[in-house]
Design a protein around this ligand. Sequence first.
Ligand code: ADP
Ligand code: MG
Length: 397
Amino acid sequence: MSFKEFNFSKEILSQIEVLGFQIPTPIQKMAIPVVMQGRDVMGLAQTGTGKTAAFALPILDKLSSGTRGRIRALIVAPTRELAEQINNAIISMGKKTGLTSIAIYGGVNAHGQVKKLNRGADIVVACPGRLLDHLKTKIINLSHLDILVLDEADHMFDMGFLPDIRKILKFASLRKQTLLFSATMPKDIQKLANEILKNPCHIEIDHKAPIDAIEHALFPVAQHLKTELLFELLKSTDTNSILIFTRTKHRAKALDRKLQQKGYRATSLQGNLSQNRRQEALDGFRKGTFQIMVATDIAARGIDVSLISHVINYDMPDTADAYTHRIGRTGRAERSGDAFSFVTSEDNDTVRLLEKQLGEKIKRRSIEGFNYNAPKKSTDNEQAPRRSFQKRKSFRN
Ligand code: ADP
Ligand code: MG
């Protein structure tokens, strides 16, 4: 099937061509016609499946007719980077429509955002906190809202945004259509969906197993040898675009520094950085200025860097869902990628549950010649990362 079958306006069709999208991804195939019809949607799909275009294209098409300069579509996303990314995607897809889209989030001076808002926008892409501020002070007015999109709903829930979302929903009560997208479906999201969606069309793209294009491998190793193992692994790996996950901000920063000392062009993305520094890290990684980015989960969720070739879990995540999110950073839009995970004996339970969810055993790999029995030196400061105090229980879905 081609994008022509959706009856998009020629401004949108020609822009899809410019972007090089040839065939719609499964979620696009299923969601676009339903969104065009005006129905609510509950979309369950992994990262990297093309959800942004699945809602952005029909929204742009719909908004092309009608009065300009007042907010008719609102997209709520969990992180600033995601809001920027979605906003940029919308701007590029809608280039020929003349519609205006702006991103609204905290951590930066609100002045510029307010100025842009005052000039009039058709679409707003926002993070919950700053959006709510602007709603309370009436800087943002949603009385002409047609479509509300909640993107990465499970992540917003994880970050504790649910109360804010509920307040935002009150301001958006005049909307005609609601779309909710999530990679996983914990009970609270299901409950929210039941409350806010009217006769929704349920679309589910096989969320059980991460995309086939990805090669998974586990590297069993002792905690204190992880950095050495990483250096060894990098020697035999194409290091153009590697995303490494650590459990904590501190570990991300420390590993970034060690990689730089080894001569790698590395950066890190973690919550302690200012918004400008986060964007710099991300932009530099996208452009290839940095070949390696070390990140924490919160900082990197949903981020689309199309050319990531490897995701390395320096620390294994606590849950299978978190694993799916992380490795969803590679192999995006059917490109192939590798997902390597360093596992210690502490990770045994996680691995077992993950394999159960994937429905297969993940292959174990080791690096020839690496001394897996090297003793811990007194100078080694590599302690086991602190487990998050409350283990998430999301192996269910
Ligand atoms: P998700 O929100 O599901 O995680 P994104 O919307 O960020 O995924 O899309 C992932 C990547 O796939 C982006 O780089 C996007 O430009 C690309 N993409 C989306 N749709 C298509 C398509 N139909 N053909 C080719 N690439 C696509
Ligand atoms: Mg997305």
